[in-house]
Design a protein around this ligand. Structure first.
Ligand code: GCV
Length: 666
């Protein structure tokens, strides 16, 4: 067999301690499921491959659910819901009760996870229903093989305008399904060049083949759509959503597309944003655009996921009332309730753009009558390019736990996007994915924890960042306690470490324009109207209170008042909401400027400590993994020092206030 050019990540299936589990799984009994169903087949194949690799066993199909046999049984009873499952073991009988085929597949992956982590299956009793109906990965892959904000090689979906469907497609689907992903958008939201043709005869055969592989793992294929396809493909002179000619073109096109690509879930649309066309061009609303497409795909069971990343990147902010952070809310809140049932608004976690720390977008829960999805970024665009270690799951937990006060008891972001708040089924969570075609899929071996963790969290938002990390380490790297603990020490605080040596207290940016890695204090690509951070010789920060841009008032009370006042604003977001004097005293009793100095020194020291920890693992983890991470740590340390020196010297020169501790500031 040809050797794979990619890692198996957490599906390695190497030999494991049995701990008596083998006695429970000598055979497999199937009831209520059709063994020839594609998803059931995948589940059985995975079970077989997993047991062969981890226990050297080849369990046969059995006629009876005897003790010592794993029973896979269909059971949908209100408790076990669609895509859900229950695992039970009593008196030597291990049962996986599943609500449907996907539940069966997820249950099998759960058992394999436990086996891989060398856990005891005896006495197991757990019910797992997915928290979010839609659990999606968004790839920003271009048809030429490049990936927008990709840090792991090239695309494994596209190469030189060709679609790739091969063994890696299947392994990708296995990895995604193993953590509960049920929808994947394969192409960049910036639909340019050949990607417009994904909905044409040129690519239908490949789309169908890919959709079929995904379907075998319970995943629906989605495509990013070029809103102006009527013009770029159809030769019309308009993309006006109310134009009958435009509507007729889309009707014909969608009929063809859904006939040719079975298992297509629908489309993701970026309109009126960063140069992309959209309904605003024609004086129409975002709802006009989304609803037009949604009505057309509805007969095929399709959905339209419409992004809320709509802002005017050329706006002049010198009047101090204009604020990019306001844009999402201002553009979408007015039409709350106007969106049709099969439209979902996809909202980035923060009002700006995936910074290391931002407040939660006030649109999440701000919209009370509209389907919503949360969009987070697993690709480390602003969080270290998969060079710097940054375990993102603690940040995603914070976002999900945020209380929006949108009314009632079910008002956290997790409630809103799961559909619990409004009782809607078209809801969920999506992540901009961090994969590419390099051997370990994610550039840094450690960055795979974010891919893994996102899926696990999307399925069960109650899992902690610690639990998820432990699972990932044990399955991907080692079950040795020392290795597990050391990697936890490196990764659990890594988001705070990154924050410490980059931009302080929620101010964000200060990164090299366009590249978004490395320090450039005044660097912001849209900075023709002045610096983003508004630093002068007295202070720094953007006044987003009622006296400034008014952004703070987009939240429900008491969040609005909390953010509006400097004294009650959470300090980690202080500079996002307020322009603060360098001499302002923080709760730590340090002045703002001293905090900036200290945190930047600390950030570098923490990276040095991470490196010491990692080096203690030499010889205890796979050499390839060790070297991959070690190389990146060298780059991370230079990056951290560069940030420390640039930021500290910039603010020393601006403020004229020396470091209390007399350290060298270059
Ligand atoms: C896909 C940011 C990124 C862009 C990205 C955009 C978006 O601006 O820098 O690369 O485009 O967000 O989310 O659409």
């Amino acid at each position: 067999m040809e050797e794979k050019k990619w890692s198996e990540l957490w599906l390695k299936y190497t030999e494991k301690e049995k701990r008596g589990n083998d006695k429970l799984i000598q055979g497999v009994y199937l009831k209520g499921f059709d063994a020839s169903d594609a998803v059931v087949k995948s589940a059985l194949e995975e079970w077989t491959a997993g047991l062969k690799g981890m226990y050297g066993m080849e369990p046969a199909m059995e006629e009876n659910p005897n003790a010592g046999v794993l029973s896979l049984i269909r059971k949908a009873d209100g408790r076990i819901r669609k895509e859900g499952y229950e695992l039970l073991e009593q008196d030597g009988c291990l049962q996986l009760l599943a609500g449907d085929e996907k539940g069966l597949l997820y249950g099998v992956f759960h058992l394999l996870r436990l086996i891989s982590m060398e856990k005891d299956l005896r006495g197991i009793s757990l019910l797992c229903n997915p928290d979010n109906p839609l659990r999606m990965l968004n790839h920003w892959d271009n048809m030429d093989g490049s990936i927008e904000r990709g840090y792991s090689g090239n695309s494994f979906f596209f190469e030189q305008d060709r679609v790739i469907v091969d063994g890696r497609t299947r392994d990708y689907a296995r990895l995604a399904a193993s953590v509960g992903i049920n929808g994947v958008v394969i192409n960049n939201v910036n639909v340019k060049q050949a990607a417009t043709y994904l909905i044409t005869d040129r690519y239908f055969a490949e789309m169908k083949a890919m959709a079929e592989i995904f379907a075998e793992y319970g995943i629906k294929l989605y495509l990013s759509l070029n809103y102006a396809a009527t013009m770029e493909l159809g030769g019309l002179d308009s993309a006006d959503p109310l134009d009958p000619g435009v509507i007729a073109w889309w009707e014909k096109k969608m009929k063809e597309v859904f006939e040719r690509i079975p298992n297509l879930g629908g489309f993701l649309v970026k309109a009126d944003s960063e140069g992309r066309p959209g309904p605003f061009t024609y004086g129409r609303t975002q709802a006009d655009g989304a609803n037009m497409l949604a009505d057309i795909v509805k007969p095929y069971g399709g959905i339209i996921i419409w992004r809320c990343f709509v802002y005017n990147c050329t706006q002049d902010w010198r009047d101090y009332k204009t604020d990019r952070a306001r844009a999402g809310y201002d553009n979408f809140i007015k039409m709350d309730g106007d969106y049709h049932d099969n439209v979902i608004l996809q909202i980035k976690n923060g009002p700006m753009d995936f910074q290391i720390r931002e407040p939660i977008s006030p649109l999440l829960g701000g919209l009370k009558k509209t389907n919503q999805m949360l969009e987070v970024q697993v690709a480390q665009e602003y969080t270290g390019h998969q060079i710097d270690v940054c375990y993102l799951i603690p940040m995603f937990k914070e976002i999900l736990d945020f209380k929006t006060y949108c009314g009632g008891d079910l008002d956290t972001v997790a409630d809103v996007i799961s559909g619990r708040t409004m009782g809607n089924a078209n809801a969920g969570i999506a992540a901009v994915c961090n994969t590419g075609n390099d051997f370990c899929w994610t550039g840094s071996e450690l960055a795979a924890a974010n891919f893994y963790g996102f899926g696990r969290l999307a399925f069960r938002t109650s899992l902690s960042a610690e639990e998820i990390l432990e699972e990932w380490i044990r399955m991907s790297v080692s079950n040795e306690a020392e290795v597990v603990e050391t990697i936890e020490k490196i990764m659990l605080p890594s988001r705070e470490t990154y924050e410490k040596y980059t931009s302080p207290l929620g101010i964000g940016w200060m990164v090299t324009p366009h590249v978004h890695y490395g320090c450039s204090v005044d660097g912001y690509e849209y900075s023709r109207w002045g610096t983003y951070h508004r630093a002068d010789h007295l202070g720094i920060g953007v006044d987003r209170s009622d006296k400034g841009t008014g952004y703070a008032l987009q939240y429900y009370e008491p969040n609005a008042s909390m953010y509006n006042k400097m004294e009650s604003c959470p300090e980690e977001l202080l500079l996002f909401f307020h322009h603060v004097p360098y001499t302002y005293v923080l709760k730590s009793n340090k002045t703002l400027i001293q905090h900036i100095y200290d945190s930047h020194f600390e950030g570098v020291e923490e990276v040095e400590e991470m490196i010491r920890l990692w080096e203690s693992l030499q010889g205890k983890v796979d050499t390839g993994v060790y070297e991959n991470v070690r190389r990146r740590f060298g780059m991370q340390l230079s990056n951290a020092k560069e940030w420390r020196d640039q930021v500290n010297s910039y603010f020393y020169r601006k403020s004229g206030i020396a470091d209390e501790r007399g350290r060298v500031i270059y």
